[in-house]
Design a protein around this ligand. Structure first.
Ligand SMILES: NC(=O)c1ccc[n+]([C@@H]2O[C@H](COP(=O)([O-])OP(=O)(O)OC[C@H]3O[C@@H](n4cnc5c(N)ncnc54)[C@H](O)[C@@H]3O)[C@@H](O)[C@H]2O)c1
Length: 280
């Protein structure tokens, strides 16, 4: 029998946005190691050039490109460059995204806000616009540009990055929660729209990871969890955080044209059970 899971992406061109970041940087390395020709795109040119150099030094195929996922014309130019360097896109991973402090309240509950703290009523609508634009249009625009290669060749795969807050919003971050809910919804829309073209579209919803940005929010200096970390862990049936590399199994599976040939429009939680648990 020809087994469905054989992680071999030899010859596939994989375009990953947000590749200068933690999670997508790991995906770049993983796809390169699995034989793909990887285009690593990020606003942060230095980060992706360094990443590409490191991959090349290990004998893999990877190119880094400065790219803003919100700049249509500049992204088209990067697309042309990638066509010349690596060929047409087989797999697009829309990884660029994130929150912004201007769209974040200081407190979980309005009645707890002290004098001078940022409440819902103080949220800066330009911050809200920024977050919606980065996450939603930052997924839509690269898809318009790179999925064209796929539609022409009647094959391909799009993978979006949703979040736990798409299921039930997390406190303090209304814009990021709404924008990621939009990503889950858009994943289903794209899956339906492209169903007759050979293009599949899915998403992963990563759970809680420890990153350099949130480490001090999650752990005290002596290494014990903070109250916020306690809350997260008590809401996670497996009682632990998710490691960035634990996303890779789901990513490889959903992008595999054989293993996931009939899977389109799903959002896969990779969350140690967080989204499944009501807290009771
Ligand atoms: N880290 C988590 O816990 C977590 C959980 C769920 C979902 N996510 C999502 O996963 C994705 C990656 O997250 P991460 O933690 O690796 O983030 P990160 O901040 O480490 O990386 C994000 C990258 O996107 C780049 N970027 C920002 N704006 C851009 C733009 N306009 N054009 C191109 N690149 C741009 C940044 O330069 C950065 O390198 C994001 O969509 C995030 O919302 C993260």
């Amino acid at each position: 029998m020809n087994l469905p899971l054989n992680i071999d992406y030899s010859g596939k061109v994989v375009v990953i946005t947000g590749a200068g970041g933690v999670l997508c940087g790991t995906m770049v390395r993983a796809f390169a190691q699995a034989g793909a020709k990887v285009a690593a795109l990020d606003l942060n040119e230095e980060a992706v050039k360094k990443l590409a150099d490191e991959c090349k030094a290990e004998g893999y195929i990877c190119e880094g490109y400065k790219a803003n996922v919100l700049e249509d014309e500049a992204l088209k130019a990067v697309h042309e460059q990638i066509l010349n360097d690596l060929g047409p896109c087989d797999i697009l991973i829309n990884g660029a995204g994130g929150n912004n402090p201007r769209a974040t309240t200081d407190n979980e509950y309005h009645h707890e806000a002290a004098e001078g703290q940022k409440t819902f009523f103080d949220l800066d609508t330009s911050g809200v616009d920024f977050v919606f634009k980065l996450n939603f249009q930052g997924t839509l625009i690269p898809t318009q540009i790179f999925a064209k290669d796929m539609a022409e060749r009647k094959a391909g795969c799009i993978l979006n990055i949703s979040s736990m807050n798409a299921y039930i919003p997390l406190t303090k971050i209304p814009a990021y929660s709404g924008a990621k809910a939009a990503i889950s919804n858009f994943t289903q829309w794209l899956a339906t729209h492209f169903a007759g073209t050979g293009i599949r579209c899915n998403a992963i919803a990563p759970g809680f990871l420890i990153s350099n940005q949130n480490r001090t929010l999650l752990f005290q200096e002596d290494g014990t969890p903070t109250p916020r970390a306690h809350k997260i862990l008590s809401g996670t049936p497996m009682g632990r955080f998710v490691d960035g590399e634990e996303l890779l199994g789901g990513v490889f599976f959903l992008c595999d044209e054989k293993a996931a040939s009939a899977i389109t429009g799903v959002v896969l939680p990779i969350d140690a059970g967080f989204a499944a648990y009501s807290g009771v």
